[in-house]
Design a protein around this ligand. Structure first.
Ligand SMILES: O=C(O)C(=O)Cc1ccc(O)cc1
Length: 412
């Protein structure tokens, strides 16, 4: 039997000190710092927004921050590790990825029984980077292990925190201020999805690995999707293949609405620059390209984050005047001017959505994408509000793709 995952715990970044990630997450994205661990060589900070938790691992005492490190995308990433002077024991609960650029590289899950999950993974041929390990402090103890995935630098920490009552994990102390007052309108509730940028032709092997090791199951993101190939959007300058998967929870058959989905994105051979290939080149291989934060009120969330300084990708100028777009937005009970003011995209996912359907059938989603949050064209965040649509829509993806392509062309 595959190893069974209970729920997503957090997503971890690895960055050199001084990248500004923590101050951006707090000041612009309105995450709240709630726990920290500091050693001579590392700072680990846990930040929360609703149920979405990021762990930022900062390497201290390291010479140049990522944007001044002379990264050469034509050489293999692993040959270019910056000259670090710290031991790989500095980061608790993770392997040290020593990645040449800032990266989100660990998706951590809670599991019920780490030793049994580790045994199952080993039986399935998945070697552990860190075997089952106990960590204890005054709040109790946690057992964890780490497995490296088959995708670029992505690892998975698997942990059992059922015997722990502290702020986050043993070794961390509570930090930051607990937010007071009314609920923040910019609040996001949880991680909706995590999208991996994958090299061309690798999706099948990735799906097989997650299915084999963790019992992930494929799910359909759009009615137009081909069962063998995934959802392919191509032509007019776009070439993208999406395949989605999600984890089953042991004996529980379905997924709760707020469970995080995983999306594998590959570029298809089409002329011009694109977001997936730019990621692979500048990140130095496959990895987590973006994370979708779920909100129940995307207009308020986007407005609050923009006011705090978050920079979003601007949709192509013609997006809101495309045939039928304004009617589609009005039919959803929304004001096209309001969405265009904020740059929010609206689309059906091909399942009873979109134009021409009667209002009670309409299922749609709204999305807005941030610009990359590091100096490279790599990781970005997304806000997503779903009204019945569980997948993704072609219109939104085309709009994002075109905007990014125009931007990348200007960078030449
Ligand atoms: O729309 C989303 O959030 C997706 O996850 C689909 C997607 C994947 C990769 C891209 O470069 C752009 C869009």
């Amino acid at each position: 039997m595959a190893a069974s995952l209970s729920r997503l715990s957090h997503i971890a970044f690895h960055v050199p000190a001084g990248t500004g990630l923590v101050s951006d997450l707090v000041g612009k994205f309105r995450f709240h710092l709630f726990a920290e661990r500091v050693t001579a060589g590392a700072r680990q900070l846990a930040l929360r927004k609703g149920a979405a938790v990021f762990l930022v691992n900062e390497r201290l005492g390291e010479p140049p921050p990522a944007h001044t490190f002379p990264f050469d995308p034509t050489r293999p990433a692993l040959a270019q590790q910056p000259p670090l002077g710290h031991s790989d024991k500095e980061f608790l609960y993770d392997v040290n990825p020593s990645h040449p650029v800032s990266t989100a590289s660990n998706v951590c899950f809670e599991v019920q029984d780490v030793p049994s999950v580790s045994r199952r993974l080993q039986e399935r041929g998945c070697p552990l980077a860190i075997p089952p390990t106990d960590v204890t402090d005054d709040g109790g103890s946690v057992t964890y292990c780490v497995v490296r995935s088959v995708v670029g630098n992505i690892s998975h920490t698997l942990l059992d925190r059922s015997r722990y009552r502290g702020a986050f994990l043993p070794g961390f102390r509570a930090a930051g201020d607990v937010p007071e007052g009314p609920r923040d309108p910019a609040e996001a509730t949880h991680f909706d999805h995590i999208t991996y940028a994958c090299p061309r032709g690798s999706t099948r092997a990735v799906l097989d690995w997650y299915q084999h090791c963790f019992g992930f199951q494929r799910f359909i993101v759009n009615r137009q999707e081909d069962a063998a190939e995934g959802y392919r959007i191509r032509g007019r300058g776009v070439g993208l293949q999406l395949t989605a998967m999600r984890y089953g929870k042991g004996s529980e058959p379905g997924l709760a609405d707020d469970d995080c989905k995983f999306v594998l994105a590959e570029s298809l051979l089409e002329p011009g620059k694109n977001q997936v290939d730019a990621f692979l080149e500048q990140h130095g291989g496959a990895g987590i390209q973006h994370v979708g934060l779920y909100t129940t009120d995307i207009v308020s969330t986007a407005r609050a984050l923009a006011q705090a300084g978050v920079r979003f990708v601007e949709p192509p100028p013609a997006y809101y005047s495309e045939a039928g777009k304004a009617e589609e937005i009005r039919a959803a009970g929304l004001d096209p001017r309001l969405l265009s003011q904020h740059g929010i995209l609206l689309d059906g996912d091909g399942e009873g959505g979109g134009r021409g359907s009667s209002p009670h059938q309409r299922r749609y989603l709204m999305q807005i994408f941030t610009q990359p949050i590091f100096p490279e064209e790599t990781f970005f965040l997304e806000l997503i509000e779903r009204r019945g649509a569980a997948g993704f829509g072609e219109g939104n993806i085309r709009a994002l793709w075109k905007s990014v392509q125009a931007y990348l062309d200007k960078q030449e």
